[in-house]
Design a protein around this ligand. Structure first.
Ligand SMILES: Cc1ncc(COP(=O)(O)O)c(C=O)c1O
Ligand SMILES: N[C@@H](CCCC[NH3+])C(=O)O
Length: 447
């Protein structure tokens, strides 16, 4: 992971996108292939929009993280951040491969239990856990709760005491470090809502030992998401290490540090975060302290493992600085471009697309907002009505952030594994969309 990631201003070509996505390839007859499966075959059978996730890519990327930690001589537990993609198929794969989970709600905790991940391997993060969620988590004997405020510590103590349990906790520290990422996904600055101010942490940690129902084991930090440089990790972990030393000097024990998630991927032409460099930062700052270490990656393992398939509803030519391709996928399906101005690779599925000349094209969804735009001036071959496009790197923060805005049902999801594909969620029906909505009875019993 370079400290000054190599950006160029030019968009990557289709060939360059294929080169940086090893699970994608092209076949002269079938067009774009995903882990050896023709994406057109999936779109023919399931329709579009449709999410496709590659189990092989996910497994490989998780394994690379595990190996990177081991090669650095570190015993680091990996707790997959469920928020990135909470599908039960994903979580059961995570559990089978022996990883734990990082959750931020009772709903995510319930999913881990349904998927067979032992509660002891689950860590509960988040700035506002409700009493009901804490009851559930502590009752289950959750592995660790990362506490985000003095107020929350008191609440957890009361709930654990009522339940006759000991809650294992860390204090999540806000190190006031700039992760140099998008402002909406930066979490480690003093101005952000997350974590306990660094200067208050030692005193609160000492106080935690005096509380009933609380077993303090250490500290946690998480400074943001889509981080592409090692420098912020070094800075944050150095602060946590300083805290560990300070607190130990007072005679208190510190057994564990949770190093958070945040490692970034290459959406456009960034040099993606390297797990080996993350391992290097952990070892350099926290390695010699005899701690149990853990990380909470979400985007890195699963982001590149997914695509969103869509079809062109129509190509709108008139009165414009360039043609608009109107897709059947929209901001309700994939909100990242609208929400963070995120750049996602767009790759046509048709075999001939790769040899055709390209021209600047605007790619939009049909939702009634100008923000429903996937790309402006993207160099694409001459696509038209019914052409298909794969939107790349949507495995993380894709389907999980979908809504039904404009009464658009949630799209189907497909898992590819060993050259086979399976529908793991069928497209939502309109009846499912409104089944819980009540209509007032007509006056006087009239219909
Ligand atoms: C506490 C916590 N842990 C882990 C993650 C996962 O982050 P990422 O998907 O960037 O690895 C997040 C999200 O930023 C988070 O808030
Ligand atoms: N939803 C964000 C990431 C948020 C990370 C959660 N803490 C994204 O799509 O980039």
């Amino acid at each position: 992971m370079a400290d000054s990631p190599a950006y160029t201003d030019a968009d990557p070509s289709l060939a360059e996108l294929l080169a940086t996505h090893p699970h994608l390839s092209t076949d002269p007859l079938c067009g774009l292939m995903f882990e050896g499966v023709p994406l057109n075959a999936i779109a023919d059978a399931v329709g579009t929009p449709c999410w496709v996730l590659g189990a092989g890519t996910l497994r490989q990327r998780l394994a690379r993280m595990r190996t990177a930690m081991a090669d650095a001589g570190l015993d680091v537990s990996i707790h997959y951040a469920v928020k990135a993609n909470d599908h039960l198929s994903v979580l059961s794969l995570i559990g089978q491969e022996g990883y734990g989970a990082d959750i931020v709600s009772g709903g995510e905790l319930a999913r881990t239990q349904k998927a067979g991940i032992a509660a002891q391997r689950v860590v509960f993060s988040g700035v506002g856990k409700t009493d009901a969620e804490l009851d559930y988590a502590i009752g289950l004997g959750i592995g660790q709760i990362n506490v985000e405020s003095a107020e929350e510590l008191a609440i957890i103590s009361a709930i654990a005491t009522r339940l006759g349990k000991q809650a294992t906790i860390t204090l999540r520290i806000n190190p006031d470090v700039d992760a140099k990422t998008h402002a909406k996904i930066t979490t480690g600055l003093a101005a952000n809502k997350f974590g306990i101010p660094f200067d208050n942490a030692a005193a609160l940690y000492a106080h935690a030992f005096t509380l009933p129902g609380i077993k303090p084991v250490g500290f946690a930090t998480h400074i943001g998401s889509q981080i592409l440089s090692t420098a912020p990790y070094h800075a944050a972990y150095a602060r946590v290490a300083e805290l560990v030393r300070t607190v130990r000097a007072t005679g208190l024990s510190v057994e564990a540090v949770d190093c958070g998630g945040g490692l970034g991927i290459s959406y456009r032409n960034e040099v993606e975060g390297q797990p080996e460099a993350l391992a290097g930062a952990i070892r350099a700052e926290l390695g010699g302290l005899g701690l149990r270490l853990s990380i909470e990656p979400g985007r890195w393992p699963i982001g590149p493992a997914g695509v969103l398939l869509s079809s062109v509803i129509l190509r709108k030519e008139e009165g414009l600085p360039g043609p608009f391709l109107v897709l059947d996928a929209a901001m309700n399906d994939m909100v990242r471009p609208s929400m963070y101005d995120a750049w996602h690779g767009l790759v046509p599925l048709a075999p001939q697309a790769f040899s055709q000349p390209v021209a600047p094209t605007h790619v939009v969804g049909p939702v009634c907002e100008s923000g429903d735009t996937f790309a402006r001036d993207r160099l694409l071959p001459p696509l038209g009505r019914a052409s298909r496009i794969a939107i790349l790197d949507t495995g993380a923060y894709g389907a999980v952030m979908s809504s039904t805005y404009n009464s658009r049902p949630l799209a189907a999801q497909v898992l590819v594994e060993n050259g086979q594909w399976t529908v793991i969620r069928r497209r939502q029906t309109l009846e499912e969309l409104w089944q819980d909505e009540a209509m007032p009875a007509p006056p006087n019993g009239k219909a």
